[in-house]
Design a protein around this ligand. Structure first.
Ligand code: C5P
Length: 403
């Protein structure tokens, strides 16, 4: 990795009551060496294993422990800390903390902070190997993964309890390296990124429409990743049931035509345009009144093609860096490469859809193509896949800028 992606990142380090808590002292040092601003939050049990003074000295900031402490809340209370953090890293994370997080508890400072934060969460478990393999722990880990938490490790080997097996905290250097892979480089400061997301609804009459199964999750995750990279993000979204990501300017539209018009307003002068929306290719001519059923008589709808939004942006006078998506049921590579050329894109991110894959699910994988290369992004929660994609987009964008 050439660039130090962690430089100037703001990380809350949660330390919980495991014997491995002594390693968090070294972890704080490794993070600070990378230029990270670290604020430590300890559980009371953690204080039995390592003193707050140690972590305060190494981090250069007071350590927060109590949820109900007027002084601490007055300094940087849990809500402020929750907003401040670019990432929350819990290392070591005990089986109990993992269970309380999975259950949505907020009964100490660390869990309250996690539940109040929209920042990404990375968890490095540390526990006896039987506790790690315990079905309840594994269920909790699955639950946290499905909520987009990143699980770092655990490692295998000698355990403090004298046993051998999986459950050891990753070494501090390995935690830092894992975090580096998760973080999007902050290279889009001052850049305007426009993203389309979700489906479009094409009205047939006042109550019916033609739509599709896109949930908008990928586009919204890409918007989060672009904002994490420091960009000024405009998200033009079709009808979806998703909250607006923090710091993102969202514009809601319904039809392909409305999406086209908003994109033309915002994207022609932007730096990057990322077309994640599943735009309808055809639309009916909407009727003003509800169509009535007429016995068994067939109904014919005439559909006309919609405008291709991403092609319109790519064929502009001074187009931004344009990324399209290709959701295919078969021959993914062939169709994706064809789309790259035909639509004049800089990059195309392709995935297989159908049979429960791709749309409306939390995990996905992508094959990304550009004129001179390609890269596969492994199956991951859409939040992480979007970060991996954004890292690649930034790399290709910078490469194009310098040629
Ligand atoms: O042609 P196809 O719909 O498969 O292409 C998918 C890509 O083109 C996606 O990036 C999608 O957002 C974009 N697209 C568009 N306007 C359309 C149709 C597709 O921007 N009318």
């Amino acid at each position: 990795m050439t660039e130090n992606v962690l430089h100037n990142k703001k990380i809350v380090l949660g330390v919980t009551g495991s014997i491995a808590a002594y390693k968090s002292a070294d972890l704080v040092r490794r993070l600070r060496e990378k230029g990270v601003d670290v604020r430590v939050v300890m559980t009371k049990a953690a204080c039995e294993f390592i003193t707050p003074l140690t972590l305060q000295t190494l981090s250069g900031h007071p350590v927060a422990i109590e949820l109900l402490d007027a002084d601490e809340e007055a300094a940087m209370g849990h809500i402020k800390l929750a907003r401040w953090a670019d990432w929350i890293l819990i290392a070591p994370a005990t089986a109990d903390t993992i269970a309380r997080l999975a259950g949505g508890r907020a009964d100490d400072l660390l869990t309250a902070l996690c539940s109040a934060s929209e920042s990404p969460l990375a968890i490095a478990p540390a526990m006896n190997n039987k506790m790690w393999q315990n079905e309840a722990t594994q269920n909790n880990i699955r639950q946290l993964r499905s909520q987009s938490a990143q699980i770092l490790g655990p490692a295998s080997g000698d355990q403090a309890c004298g046993e051998q097996g999986e459950g050891r905290l990753l070494e501090p250097n390995d935690i830092v390296q894992a975090l580096e892979r998760l973080v999007v480089p902050a290279q889009l400061q001052g850049k305007h990124v426009v993203i389309t997301a979700g489906p479009t609804y094409e009205p047939i009459d006042p109550v019916r429409f033609i739509g599709n199964r896109s949930s908008g999750k990928m586009g919204f995750a890409v918007a989060v990743a672009a904002a994490e990279a420091g960009a000024d993000v405009t998200l033009i979204s079709g009808p979806v049931n998703l909250p607006t990501p923090t710091g993102v300017h969202r514009i809601d539209v319904e039809t392909a035509q409305q999406m086209h018009d908003k994109v033309m307003e915002y994207a022609l002068h932007c730096d990057l345009f990322i077309a994640c929306a599943a735009v309808a290719d055809f639309r009916p001519q909407p009727l003003e009144q509800k169509i009535k059923k007429m016995g068994k008589q067939e109904l014919q709808l005439t559909l006309t093609p919609t405008l291709d939004i991403v092609s319109a942006v790519a064929s502009g006078d001074q187009p931004p860096f344009v990324v399209g998506f290709a959701a295919e049921t078969n021959s993914v590579e062939t169709y994706a490469k064809d789309k790259l050329k035909r639509k004049g894109l800089d990059m195309v991110a392709a995935n297989q859809v159908g049979d429960g894959v791709g749309f409306a699910v939390d995990e996905n994988e992508l094959q990304v193509f550009w004129e001179s290369g390609s890269q596969s992004l492994a199956m991951a929660p859409k939040s992480q896949l979007a970060r991996d994609l954004m890292t690649l987009i930034i790399e290709r964008y910078n490469a194009k800028d310098t040629t």
